[in-house]
Design a protein around this ligand. Structure first.
Ligand code: HEC
Length: 138
């Protein structure tokens, strides 16, 4: 009986740890992946190659999905600091925006409307920069 409880506790703590183990190094890696994906998408525009664009867009969407405030910030004990920072909420808002723009970009390019696709691309860049300027202290 006792063994079972210990086992359950172990499983619980491991899964909690896994869920909250995203750290600053992980985030920097995802940032670099996103920067590379953005470059690839841009090349796709220049070479008029939808496959390159799709590949870049997929990798961008993938990395954006992983972005979150690192563990150290999630564990902020002070409720007021957490509220003022409001990083989780902001991050989720920007992620949603980026995901929507990725969809628009692909749809527009596929429909032969490169101009609108590039506009969506520019808006993604703006979302990246919006987080960078607001969270410089991260
Ligand atoms: C939710 C906030 C947020 C969003 C959105 C975001 N970034 Fe970042 N980015 C950061 C933070 C914070 C850093 C500083 C490094 C760190 O602590 O993770 C950073 C750093 C970087 C770096 C430097 C990485 C290095 O090697 O030091 C690059 C490149 C980058 N971001 C690209 C992007 C691109 C491209 C996008 C949009 C597709 C983007 N970022 C969107 C928060 C964000």
């Amino acid at each position: 009986m006792k063994k079972k409880i210990v086992a359950v506790a172990l499983v619980l703590s491991t899964s909690l740890w896994a869920a909250g183990s995203y750290n600053t190094a992980d985030r920097i890696k995802d940032m670099q992946t996103m920067a590379k994906a953005m470059q690839d998408i841009q090349n796709g525009f220049f070479y008029n190659n939808f496959d390159i664009i799709k590949e870049g867009a997929n990798r961008l969407a993938d990395a954006v999905e992983r972005i979150q405030p690192p563990l150290e910030e999630e564990e902020e004990k002070d409720v007021m600091t957490r509220y003022v920072n409001n990083k989780v909420q902001m991050t989720n808002g920007i992620k949603k925006q980026i995901n929507q723009k990725i969809k628009t970009l692909l749809e527009r390019f596929e429909a032969g409307d490169a101009k609108q696709a590039i506009q969506a691309y520019t808006k993604i860049t703006k979302e990246c920069m919006s987080c960078h300027t607001q969270l410089r202290k991260w």
